[in-house]
Design a protein around this ligand. Structure first.
Ligand SMILES: *[C@@H]1O[C@H](CO)[C@@H](O)[C@H](O)[C@H]1NC(C)=O
Ligand SMILES: *[C@@H]1O[C@H](CO)[C@@H](O)[C@H](O)[C@H]1NC(C)=O
Length: 225
């Protein structure tokens, strides 16, 4: 029997939704690992819509569940319907949509609020001692919901120019969590909390290195499941 894994999306597109390559990498590695996957997203309006050609805000409204359905090839459910008893693990790909739609980190940093269904999903998997996988900016969700947990978003200093958002690590530490420095090819396992994280696009790295790093996260999640 394959492990049953829920994947939670935040829209479709790096600047206002889930990062498409990360979502795809998670799904490819889960497929290779023999997992049975179901995809979810909150049925809420996006915080904003970004024209990805111009990189500027677009004057329109979009729904996170409807946009995420693009990545799920239409096979998706409202996050409010997720039942933890039907799954062995949950994974959150990254992208600005996590920081805009699943929580308000993009605006409020460490003072952010977390969407109630995202919070209750994370709490439910954690209480059931089922693993939680997160990549890119998604580890801030764990940092906010589980003070004291260990996560990585890559490096805490931008020494080599590959980690332009290194200050995210300090914000995580200010929340009372332990930031573990890891390179893009690695993931960190917080064994006590069963939280597995990898930095993905927080690192300016070639796409295949990000893909492989996400692979280590998915494999660790499946091992713990
Ligand atoms: C968080 O809240 C504190 C206290 O209200 C404030 O000083 C700080 O600037 C806020 N941080 C962010 C990133 O909004
Ligand atoms: C998550 O939900 C719990 C239980 O309702 C609540 O105590 C906690 O403050 C929430 N956490 C966040 C970050 O919203």
């Amino acid at each position: 029997m394959g492990k049953r894994v829920a994947v939670v999306l935040a829209g479709c597109g790096v600047f206002d939704g889930s990062e498409i390559h990360e979502a795809s990498a998670v799904l490819v590695h889960l497929s290779r690992g023999g997992a049975e996957v179901k995809i979810f997203a909150p049925n809420i309006e996006q915080r904003d819509v970004v024209n990805h050609l111009k990189g500027s805000p677009a004057d329109e409204k979009r729904n996170v569940l409807v946009e995420s359905a693009r990545l799920a090839r239409g096979n998706i459910q409202d996050l409010a319907e997720l039942k933890v008893s039907e799954f062995d693990a949950v994974i959150f790909p990254g992208g600005f949509g996590v920081a805009k739609n699943l929580c308000s980190w993009a605006v409020d940093g460490k003072n952010c609020t977390v969407n109630e269904h995202v919070n209750s999903t994370l709490q439910a998997f954690h209480s059931a001692k089922k693993p939680i996988g997160l990549c890119c900016i998604s580890p801030v969700l764990a940092a906010k919901v589980f003070p004291g947990c260990e996560v990585t978003v890559g490096q805490d200093k931008n020494a080599d120019g590959r980690f332009p958002d290194a200050e995210t690590a300090s914000a995580i530490a200010e929340l009372g969590c332990k930031h573990i420095c890891k390179d893009v090819s690695e993931s960190h396992v917080d064994k006590g909390n069963k939280i597995v994280t990898t930095c993905a696009f927080m690192c300016k790295a070639p796409l295949h290195e990000i893909f492989d790093g996400i692979g280590t996260m998915v494999q660790e999640v499946l091992k713990l499941a």
